[in-house]
Ligand binder design. Structure first.
Ligand code: AHG
Ligand code: MN
Ligand code: MN
Length: 333
């Protein structure tokens, strides 16, 4: 059985100029994940469910576990001294790490510390999403927003942790997607799925159909297409929606499907945040042979202008995303 720690070191040796800093960073995320996992498992027993009473910059009420997960990951990342700063769903602005070592950190991390937090109180799977870039400002100088506002294709690594029926850490450094299942009895993530690929064809579509009337015509038509009978393309597809991007994506990755959060009347640019939700998931999707789009263009090519920028999101099996894009394009003609 190979552990995540062993796997990271093994991969590091494949890069002759590797300094071990990225390995240290991934190991900090691993530690943060274990702590968050421990506390999520106790939800219901101790006073960590429910809202914190404070809203984040996006006007969304923070849950106690949102705040806890953010603080945990922030502390774990700062302690290693390889990260110069972070941006997070739960932080208004970027956070520059203050210690001397961090000024020389070559990486910045963007994260959604707890994804799907409305599911915490009802014992449904939640996740953590992370995205890693090399800074563009010279090492030793204070980092700036430009270090974070890089297009997704510049990501050095990305991944997520899913706190589900088992806890898994899934990540990519650009050489495929690898998944590790946590064994709580020994406190170790063990390699369980090496080089994960989307199935060639999928038959699951995941979208919050409650907002159907508020969707663009292209999305409405694609949903109808998913529901039509056609033996050749294995339709009708089945509908599955958890309401936690990590969990919905994870299922669709393993079983074959598409996840869509389009622009709606309430969210004209979609709901999901480009930098710490769409980009890291898009990076994993492409690494797994899938595709990620905003309905018209590749997610990883979008040049961001704001930390908390939103984007419509279509991600999953390449063929399914292509089909949905065709409906979007027809609609805009
Ligand atoms: P978060 O908990 O980090 O704010 O993210 C929630 C996101 C995403 O995970 C999920 O897919 C989507 O919001 C669900 O939104 P709806 O409730 O509008 O379907
Ligand atoms: Mn989220
Ligand atoms: Mn979140």
């Amino acid at each position: 059985m190979k552990t995540l720690g062993e796997f990271i070191i093994e991969k590091q040796h494949e890069f002759p100029h590797a300094t071990g800093e990225l390995s240290a960073l991934l190991s900090a995320i691993k530690l943060g994940a274990k702590i968050i996992n421990r506390d999520i498992n106790k939800a219901g027993l101790v006073d960590i469910t429910g809202t914190s009473g404070i809203s984040n910059i996006q006007g969304e009420m923070q849950m106690k576990l949102d705040v806890f997960a953010n603080e945990t990951l922030k502390a774990a990342l700062e302690a290693r001294g390889v990260v110069a700063g972070i941006a997070s769903e739960e932080e208004d602005k970027l956070v520059i790490f203050d210690n001397q070592k961090s000024h020389h950190g070559k990486y910045v991390v963007l994260m959604d510390p707890l994804d799907g937090s409305s599911n915490i109180d009802v014992n449904v799977s939640v996740g953590t999403i992370f995205s890693i870039y090399q800074r563009v400002t010279p090492v030793g100088q204070p980092i700036q927003e430009s270090d974070f506002l890089q297009p997704g294709h510049k990501q050095v690594a990305a991944g997520y942790i899913i706190y589900g029926s088992s806890t898994m850490l899934v990540y990519s450094t650009g050489c495929g997607v690898h998944a590790f299942t946590y064994d709580p009895s020994i406190g170790v993530f063990c390699l369980s799925h090496e080089s994960v690929k989307f199935p060639e064809k999928g038959n699951i579509y995941s979208i919050n159909e409650g907002f159907y009337s508020k969707f663009p015509v292209g999305v409405k038509q694609y949903i109808k297409y998913c529901q039509q009978e056609d033996q050749k393309t294995n339709r009708p597809y089945t509908s599955r929606y958890i309401g936690s991007l990590v969990s919905d994506f994870h299922r669709n990755l393993l079983k074959g499907g598409i996840y869509i959060y389009p622009q709606t009347a309430q969210y004209p640019n979609g709901k999901l945040r480009l930098l710490y939700e769409c980009n890291p998931i898009a990076f994993l999707a492409e690494q797994a042979g899938g595709k990620a789009s905003d309905g018209y263009q590749r997610i990883l090519d979008i040049l961001p202008s704001e930390l908390h920028q939103r984007s419509p999101f279509f991600v999953g099996v390449t063929q399914m995303v292509n089909d949905s894009e065709q409906f979007m394009q027809k609609d805009s003609q």
